[in-house]
Design a protein around this ligand. Structure first.
Ligand SMILES: [Zn+2]
Length: 334
């Protein structure tokens, strides 16, 4: 009897120690696919960016970025979130990129606001008689004609929606916008020293950019696709993922996947209101966070060695975009 109790006791003790051993054995931890995210609110300080009827791009960029940072912290407490600016200052673009690189960012998120020129509407208000002459010397004749008179009114732009940019060296149609975005960079001191004598159209520059781009291209394009997909889900007008061949210096100067989100059009009164509203800013931030979740899941999937690309669902705009890029590349390098 006593022996049996003792045996039971030993067995029970053994079970407890085994179970506690099992409980204490550390579960092999997955390596984190992302540690540091750098959020870059566009413009700031003396550079207001695009102007709306009552607000500026720099204010909206900062407000959305801070909300976005707080949301990411909430969802991913382990992530290190850094800002290139948290107040109304203008860190030079060179310093923003340097800051991101020195802090070994795994992702660079630029937040911007778009603008489009307004339309000019012509309205016929009457006719005016004007005098003109034909012929020379004796055959010179005085004539008159009626000329329509118009009144022109500037109507605000109707362009709206969001688009997400990634760095690419294939496209040049966006040159105009890129020049606008990079204009503040040209005003910085030591431009030549910081950026070198870059001829962004030179084959060397394009080759270097292509090499660098390829390294991070896929990740940037994937995240950008996820971001646009989330915007579509909440009913934003989808202006798709775009590549910027020229300009957006920070996108190619950051040694990490990087995207630039044009959150909406400040030049459109409805959008200006949306961009300035708390609901609008929270909706935009939430979309980016959901896209980030998908992106992290996609990276983990790749890390697990399944070698599987993310499902085509929710990835479609991005896929067609990649196909376009592949075609463009083939065209460039036959
Ligand atoms: Zn901007």
């Amino acid at each position: 009897m006593t022996n049996r109790v003792l045996l039971l006791f030993i067995l029970a003790a053994g079970c407890i120690s085994v179970s506690s051993f099992v409980r204490e054995t550390p579960v092999p931890k997955k390596k984190k696919v992302i540690n540091t995210i750098v959020i870059d609110p566009g413009h700031g300080g003396s550079d207001a960016g695009a102007m709306g009827q009552y607000s500026t791009e720099k204010e909206i960029c900062l407000a959305v970025s801070l909300k976005l940072g707080a949301l990411i912290r909430n969802e991913f407490p382990d992530l290190n979130i850094l800002f290139t600016r948290e107040t109304d200052t203008y860190p030079e673009l060179h310093d923003r990129a340097k800051f991101a690189n020195e802090n070994k960012g795994d992702l660079y998120l630029c937040v911007h606001v778009n603008a489009a020129g307004g339309r000019r509407k012509a309205e016929l208000i009457g006719y005016k008689t004007v005098t003109y002459y034909t012929g020379k010397g004796a055959s010179r004749k005085k004539r008159t004609k009626r000329v329509p008179q118009y009144r022109y009114t500037n109507l605000p732009s109707e362009a709206k929606g969001t688009e997400t940019y990634i760095w690419g060296a294939h496209r040049s149609e966006d040159k105009e916008l890129a020049i606008i975005e990079n204009a503040p960079m040209l005003r910085e001191e030591n431009f030549e020293k910081n950026y070198g004598n870059i001829d962004v159209n030179s084959p060397e520059f394009i080759a270097i950019s292509l090499l660098k781009t390829k390294q991070y291209f896929k990740r940037s394009a994937t995240l950008a696709g996820f971001i646009q997909d989330e915007f579509v889900k909440v009913g934003r007008v989808d202006r798709d993922v775009r590549q910027r061949g020229i300009g957006i210096w920070v996108l190619q100067a950051t040694a990490m996947p990087s995207v630039l989100v044009e959150t909406g059009f400040i030049s459109n009164p409805d959008e200006e209101q949306y961009l300035n509203s708390n609901e609008g800013q929270e909706e935009l931030s939430a979309c980016i966070v959901r896209a980030l979740k998908n992106y992290i899941a996609w990276l983990e999937q790749r890390q697990n060695g399944t070698g599987q690309e993310p499902p085509a669902q929710g990835y479609s705009s991005n896929l067609s975009f990649l196909q376009q890029v592949a075609a463009a590349e083939k065209h460039r390098h036959p």
